[in-house]
Design a protein around this ligand. Structure first.
Ligand SMILES: Cc1cc2nc3c(=O)[nH]c(=O)nc-3n(C[C@H](O)[C@H](O)[C@H](O)COP(=O)(O)OP(=O)(O)OC[C@H]3O[C@@H](n4cnc5c(N)ncnc54)[C@H](O)[C@@H]3O)c2cc1C
Length: 643
């Protein structure tokens, strides 16, 4: 049987035409508004309280809609966004170093290897400026220069300094800002908060998204919630690899359930591998730790020039070191984009020049920066990151170089959305990392926070009114057949998981699936490897459904049950990721096909055949591929070069 079949092409019908800089204004003006008195009669479900969902729920509440907000943590402020370290981009040009909306747009499209939509990315660059103002007004304590202006630093893939930051805790500070705004609406009664609730199904009535089925994770009660529209802000799915820098709870269930109900899933194989993570220390590990990309502003990446050199780093003289990023990419040096830095690290390790246990590491060295700026200045910029590194590895980065290695970090793929952030199921909107986003095949650093907050504070609140203006929709009763069917399917699945009665933990299946994905659908992919992975994923999934052990009951806090449900969805997603990676025989961004490379080993795109978004339809059998052709009228597609 063929692995997939091709269906009709798909188009984004909502981005206006005309000059790119006027499109967002044009769309806002063209969209219908909902009068404030009518907003009170309308309800919106927002799944997720990270930067995307938190900012969206707060803004929709402020606008006067009735919002129900869900997260599986015990507090909205524990969403994974809190982990973001390095910063958030904005085209403010405070430094006067040549930045502009046009340049941020250009850098983002180029950084994504020409696989994102021009209209969306341009809007993102425009809105970036407003985000910083909004967050400053909320009291987010961005770092400031001596004169009081907000400070900035550089991130990979750019030559300007446009990243705003709050030491190494930018996500935490931004999330506290969004959380305050959210809690204000909770107190005002416009937002109703459901913590420790996990969405397990989307309710679709007559083809329209009208609600969710959620499990109360403390009591096990299965609840249904209905509304006029549903917004998914449920984050990324990097944990399909088991080991990643994501919080352990991150999963694909919310978007995967919507996919099974008709929402197309776009570019699932586009995964970001981040070059600066603490290397894995052993088999026991269940999570990897990111060292922020901001460290590459001052840290120099190197390995010994000779293979098998096991001397201590301090004993290796300058002329026997290879600062390979500076050598290979002199224009960008240590600040090349993540995909390029990750592959370069893998290459030097494959050559036998890696450092640390197993040779899977490269040095990130601050000796020059400490000499140039002084220890205090370096501590001021990166103090908490250095402390975190020392706590985990027992090594002091002020004294010896850090050891780093690439790890799974972010997923550019996600549910397909149009310019209005609508999925292909009417009434369903998707924001933040959960959608297929504006980052093409590779996200530049500090741009996920920018996109999540752009979606939540500025884009969705505008575009959703155009949809809601036709409402309020007729109320959906709890005994509606679509609601009953959704609730029944959730109950059946839980019973099925509890009934397997095997002898392997959910985690052990997840670990094996993750290892398989890392090996065959990780940093480098080949046709042979991907085919092998698909066969093994299918076998492993069958073993899971006959061999998993889920102890306990539904009617209690049951983490094994939660995990098992999420892993069952990861199995289905993993297969689609491999099919997507297999069909895209070009290399682009984070998707490196070994068969498609330039003579000097760089990723080789195939614009003639692959300049499209791959949007996959769920059928229960072979998925159907719908192509959204990408047009570039404002940017010329060229082979990326950071040399
Ligand atoms: C270690 C680390 C550092 C990073 N640093 C940066 C950085 O410096 N700059 C940058 O731009 N980006 C950074 N990123 C990326 C960025 O943090 C994320 O992409 C972004 O925060 C995602 O935000 P989100 O709101 O889309 O999702 P999340 O913050 O992941 O929130 C998801 C929400 O959905 C809820 N949820 C999920 N599924 C369900 C369900 N089934 N039912 C109910 N609720 C559900 C969760 O409870 C949570 O509230 C970093 C990522 C990592 C891993």
């Amino acid at each position: 049987m063929s692995l997939y079949r091709e269906g009709d092409p798909i188009r984004d019908e909502r981005a206006p035409d005309g000059p790119i800089e006027e499109r967002w204004d044009k769309r806002r003006f063209g969209g219908k508004l909902v009068n404030p008195a009518n907003r009170r009669k309308m309800s919106v479900i927002v799944v997720g309280t990270g930067l995307a969902g938190g900012s969206a729920a707060a803004t929709l509440g402020e606008l006067g809609y009735h919002v129900t907000s869900f997260c599986y943590q015990d507090s909205p402020r524990r969403a994974h966004s809190i982990a973001a370290q390095g910063g958030i981009n904005a085209a403010k040009n405070y430094r006067g170093d040549g930045d502009s909306v046009q340049r941020l747009f250009h850098d983002t499209v180029k950084g994504g290897d020409y696989r994102s939509r021009e209209s969306n990315v341009y809007r993102l660059a425009q809105v970036s400026v407003e985000i910083i103002d909004q967050c400053v007004a909320q009291g987010v304590p961005f770092a400031r220069e001596y004169g009081g202006l907000l400070d900035t630093r550089s991130f990979g893939g750019v030559q300007v300094s446009r990243t705003f930051y709050a030491r190494g805790q930018t996500g935490q500070q931004l999330l506290l800002g969004a959380y305050q705004a959210l809690e204000r609406q909770v107190a005002a009664g416009t937002v109703e908060m459901f913590t420790r609730h996990e969405m397990l199904e989307l309710i679709v009535v007559d083809g329209v998204a009208r609600g969710i089925v959620a499990r109360d994770m403390v009591t096990g009660e299965i609840e249904t919630h209905t509304a006029d529209a549903v917004v998914l802000a449920s984050g990324g799915y990097g944990n399909v690899f088991f080991l990643s820098t994501n919080a352990k709870g991150c999963n694909v269930t919310a978007t995967w359930r919507a996919h099974r109900k008709g929402a197309l899933f776009a570019n699932p194989c586009y995964t970001q591998i981040h070059p600066t993570c603490i290397p894995q220390s052993g088999e026991h590990q269940s999570k990897l730790t990111l060292m922020s990309e901001s460290l590459r502003n001052d840290g120099r990446v190197w390995v010994p020039a000779a293979r098998g050199d096991t001397r201590e780093p301090g004993d290796i003289p300058e002329d026997e070191r290879d600062y390979y990023l500076e050598r290979l990419y002199p224009s960008f040096g240590n600040l090349v984009p993540r995909d390029i830095a990750s592959r370069a690290a893998k290459n030097v390790c494959d050559e036998g020049r890696g450092v640390g246990p197993g040779g899977l590491g490269v040095y990130l060295d601050f000796a020059d920066a400490i000499g140039r700026l002084g220890r205090a200045a370096v501590a001021d910029r990166y103090g908490n990151l250095f402390e975190m590194y020392e706590r985990i590895t027992g090594e002091d980065p002020f004294a010896v170089p850090m050891r780093i290695y690439p790890a799974v970090h972010y997923t550019m793929g996600g549910l397909w959305v149009d310019y209005d952030l609508r999925a292909t199921v009417p009434g369903l909107f998707v924001i933040g990392e959960a959608n297929f986003s504006d980052h093409g095949a590779n996200r530049l650093g500090a741009s996920a926070l920018m996109q999540g907050l752009a979606d939540g504070y500025f884009v969705l609140p505008n575009t959703i009114s155009d949809y809601l203006a036709a409402g309020p929709l007729p109320k959906v009763e709890d005994d509606h057949e679509a609601v009953v069917a959704a609730r029944t399917s959730v109950n059946d699945r839980i019973e099925r998981l509890l009934a397997v009665g095997g002898d392997r933990t959910p985690d052990s299946f997840h670990r094996e699936l993750g290892a398989l994905m890392w090996e065959y659908c990780g940093m480098e992919r080949t046709e042979e490897g991907l085919r092998k992975a698909i066969d093994r994923i299918r076998e492993l999934r069958a073993e899971f459904w006959s061999g998993v052990k889920v102890p306990g009951e539904n009617e209690e806090l049951n983490q094994a049950l939660e995990k098992a449900g999420r892993i069952a969805d990861f199995f289905e997603l993993a297969e689609l990721m491999c099919v997507d990676a297999l069909h895209r025989t070009e290399s682009c961004g984070g998707h490196f096909r070994a068969e498609s490379r330039t003579p000097d080993g760089e990723a080789l795109r195939d614009d003639e055949h692959f300049a499209y978004v791959a949007a996959w339809e769920y059928t229960g059998e072979a998925p159907v591929l719908h192509k959204e052709h990408l047009e570039y009228d404002n940017i010329t597609m060229v082979q990326r070069s950071y040399k």
